[in-house]
Design a protein around this ligand. Structure first.
Ligand code: ADP
Ligand code: MG
Length: 259
């Protein structure tokens, strides 16, 4: 059974008075412990798909099935409960969190909101979450704005796994990081996936990163999936014009070696 099945998803917006499909009849599925990457140029609809899957926005038409349930039909307490299993990591954790909040506060929220640990248990849960993502437990007392970008993204990942999700949507989650930190975060994501069987919907404009982390890739152009398949096979021999252009834009080293 798939964790996520998206069928015929469409979302229109207006641009200069004209209605256009930012997401146009998109379908895909993700199996347990699988990473599906969405690739495509800026404006191709990647983030809109992420927001639709997370139900931050509602589609015009289409269906989203999450863990075998009609996700778009859920509301209230049931939706809140299921949301614990569907987490997200965005490009910029400084924008996602209150920069003055402590790391402990950021990690305490999901444990409290989803009633995962009692008040007395939460400090030790927070310490073990930090360790799981390769951070020292003492970092808990630091403010979000005081720690490095790489540390912040580890905190964002710790927050995402706090509720033991079955799927994490990552939208350009490593794009702002420099190359060495990016590699470490990708390794962490791979480790967590192996340990916890988490599925990832991994959004990136960077095929080098996708090649390092994804099992399958779907390439988007103007809201439509124009090509999809095994990530390495698609990147080695793209069939679509946009796939060819994205591969041509990769640094040569990344095309030939593993990150
Ligand atoms: P990507 O993440 O691939 O760069 P987006 O999903 O952010 O692309 O955007 C897809 C298209 O939809 C773009 O043309 C963008 O300008 C447009 N768009 C996204 N969000 C909105 C919105 N809230 N209102 C109007 N247009 C939007
Ligand atoms: Mg985007």
């Amino acid at each position: 059974m798939s964790v996520l099945t998206v069928s015929n998803l469409t979302k229109h917006y207006r641009r200069g008075g004209e209605r256009f499909a930012a997401v146009d009849d998109v379908s895909f599925e993700i199996a347990p412990a699988e990473t599906l990457a969405l690739a495509g140029p800026s404006g191709s609809g990647k983030s809109t798909i992420a927001r639709l899957v997370l139900r931050l926005i509602e589609p015009d038409t289409g269906r989203i099935e999450f863990e075998g349930e009609d996700f778009l039909a859920l509301s209230g307490a049931t939706l809140r409960a299921r949301r614990a299993k569907l987490q997200m990591v965005f490009q910029d954790p400084l924008a996602a969190f209150n920069p003055r909040a402590t790391v402990a506060r950021v990690l305490d929220d999901p444990l409290r909101i989803h009633d995962i640990a009692s008040r007395a248990e939460r400090p030790s849960r927070i310490a073990s979450l930090l360790e799981r993502v390769g951070l020292h437990a003492a970092l808990a007392m630091r403010a979000i704005h005081e720690i490095s970008g790489g540390q912040r993204q580890r905190v964002a990942i710790a927050r995402a796994i706090a509720t033991r999700p079955s799927l994490i949507v990552l939208d350009e989650a490593v794009s702002a990081l420099d190359v060495s930190v990016r590699g470490q975060i990708l390794d962490l994501l791979l480790d967590l996936q192996r340990q916890e069987r988490i599925s990832y919907l991994f959004i990136s404009h960077d095929l080098g990163v996708i090649r390092a982390i994804a099992h399958r890739v779907a390439i988007l152009d103007a809201g439509r999936i124009v090509e999809s398949g095994d990530a390495r096979a698609v990147i080695a021999d793209p069939q679509s014009a946009i796939g060819k252009a994205l591969v041509a834009a990769m640094p040569k080293l990344n095309r030939e070696t593993t990150l």
